[in-house]
Design a protein. Structure first.
Length: 551
């Protein structure tokens, strides 16, 4: 199963420290046999009048207890450190993989929930469930063997009561996994709703839809409450089952030992059952069930971890290819600012989309036109190395655009997307993300954006936030054009830069792009705007039909 394989990979990532810590905890639990024997002998010696021998056995009991505490401390530390490292590595791998995926995947809120709240559920799996399973395999058989050496009747009681617990736990586990999966899905939906409503908060207030938004949150919170209570019900049920069988088992052992010592029962033991022997098996009986108790307490941790592992496996099986390169800073690719597409096709929405054959010369401004859905945006994303081609090839600066050249090529490229994302940094940092320290004033003037900065409360030191609060869509695009000018990029890819803009704002954006062209930059612009098309050197029309056999 995918989730089982994924958890095995997590355990491998945790490595030897997890296994070593688990064994230390298991050995610490097994030391109770030594303590129980010493305690039984000490009590029997004191009752029999041998106080000196009793003190010796008591000292042995304390010594074994100290050793047990030391092993538990060392083992617990190893297990927790190994789990923290494994989960941190899993989180880093998830974020790196998703950051290099093109658009069209799960909502960012769902990925954020998986990387934070949900991945945290893997820690109890490693720190509680795995050590508990190791103790279950080691301690009950040892206690069963030790009990058998004193009384076959006690061993029989434990042998009958013990296996019933895993059987019922397996039945409960089926419901636990289903409940955990539903709870995890509800957490992801709650996060997605929160991110969506925060982004739309101005519109919600403008439309007087605050009550509706509150109702949506209340309904989603009620759903999450119901899913969480379902998980808790299963957890309480599993604990109740275990407590019932463990209580019955310990009670039967206590009754048997008591009546045997009183002389009422004469069978079920080897020879005479002494006080020391009776106390020994009586002290072992609760510890026989303790590893099973620990396993029951950690059973829902396993269910939650498998639900999270299933989500991780589903993301890993996502067919979307990663963007080319590693997304790291690199020296600009040498060669002329040329761009050539030959028989290229990309996969969008599960269907292949043919890209036009074109060759853009250095300093040339080309408009890419065609009906909506023809693949204009896909062509730009592919030209930037953000969308790998499924067929054909893309050549940049005289070299094939691939994983080895993508980062260096993007160092020469400025991208002006249709949907502008403004990170939570100052406007100065937004205009100069590489920290080159250039004066932004000339670039702002060339893009017609100096007025945008002038009216902001703190000018270039204003923080616009992730929603770009304080600037309109057209102003944000002009700022992107200014950033392209300031960066010195000699290749500019612009996706519908004048879409949904008024006439004056569109004219200013076009003027900014023309300023880039005047500097000698190579422009490839996807647009429907006749004014922008007229400002370009030539036009490439996309027919808008899917590629046949391209995938």
């Amino acid at each position: 199963m995918a989730d089982g394989d994924r958890l095995q990979r997590l355990e491998v990532r945790a490595g030897a420290p997890l296994r070593g810590g688990g064994w230390l905890l298991a050995v610490a639990g097994a030391l109770w046999l030594v303590q129980a024997f010493a305690a039984a002998q000490a009590v029997a010696a004191w009752i029999g009048g041998a106080g000196g021998a009793g003190l010796g056995w008591a000292a042995g009991f304390v010594g074994a207890g100290l050793l047990r505490a030391g092993l538990e401390h060392a083992g617990g530390g190893l297990v927790h450190r190994a789990a923290d490292r494994a989960v941190a590595a899993e989180r880093a791998a998830l974020l790196e993989r998703e950051a290099r995926r093109p658009e069209g995947g799960p909502a960012s809120a769902e990925v954020a929930a998986l990387a934070t709240q949900k991945l945290a559920a893997l820690t109890p799996y490693l720190t509680r469930y795995k050590p508990a399973m190791l103790r279950v395999r080691l301690i009950p058989p040892l206690i069963l063997a030790a009990s058998l050496s004193v009384s076959w009747a006690v061993a029989l009681v434990l042998f009958v009561a013990g296996p019933l617990i895993p059987v019922f736990m397996a039945l409960v586990g089926m419901a636990a996994r289903e409940a955990s999966e539903k709870q995890m899905a509800e957490i992801g939906d709650m996060n997605a709703l929160l991110i969506d409503r925060i982004a739309a908060l101005p519109d919600i207030r403008l439309l007087d839809a605050t009550a509706r938004a509150e109702a949506d949150f209340a309904a989603r919170a009620e759903g999450l409450r119901a899913r969480t209570m379902a998980v808790l019900r299963v957890a309480f049920l599993s604990s109740t089952i275990l407590e019932l069988f463990s209580a019955l088992g310990v009670a039967l052992v206590a009754v048997y030992v008591g009546f045997t010592l009183l002389g009422e029962i004469g069978i079920g033991h080897w020879g005479d059952l002494t006080l020391a022997g009776g106390l020994f098996v009586l002290l072992l009986a609760p510890e026989f069930f303790q590893p099973l108790r620990d396993m029951a307490a950690a059973w829902h941790d396993r269910a939650s971890a498998r639900a999270v592992a299933g989500e991780l496996a589903a993301l890993e099986e996502d067919p979307r290819p990663a963007i080319l390169g590693r997304g790291e800073a690199a020296a600009p690719l040498d060669g002329p600012a040329t761009l050539r597409l030959e028989g290229a096709a990309v996969a969008r929405g599960g269907a292949p989309v043919a890209l036009p054959d074109l060759a853009v010369a250095p300093g040339e401004a080309v408009a890419l036109t065609g009906p909506s859905g023809a693949g204009k945006s896909s062509a730009l994303m592919a030209a930037a190395g953000l969308l790998p081609v499924e067929a054909g090839r893309i050549e940049v600066a005289g070299r094939t655009l691939d994983a080895a050249t993508a980062d260096a090529w993007r160092a020469r490229v400025a991208l002006v997307p249709q949907a502008v994302h403004v990170p939570d940094v100052t406007l100065r940092a937004f205009l100069d993300p590489a920290g080159q320290g250039g004066d932004p004033a000339p670039a702002l003037a060339a893009a017609g954006a100096e007025g945008v900065v002038a009216r902001l409360p703190e000018g270039l030191d204003t923080r616009l936030g992730e929603t770009g609060a304080g600037v309109s869509g057209g102003e944000a695009r002009r700022l992107l054009v200014a950033r392209a000018i300031l960066s010195g990029a000699d290749v500019v890819l612009a996706d519908e830069p004048t879409a949904d803009l008024d006439t004056d704002t569109a004219r200013q954006v076009i003027a900014g792009l023309q300023a880039l062209a005047a500097r000698g930059a190579t422009l490839l612009v996807a647009t429907h705007d006749p004014r922008l098309i007229a400002a370009m050197d030539r036009v490439v029309e996309m027919p808008g039909r899917a590629a046949e056999g391209a995938a």
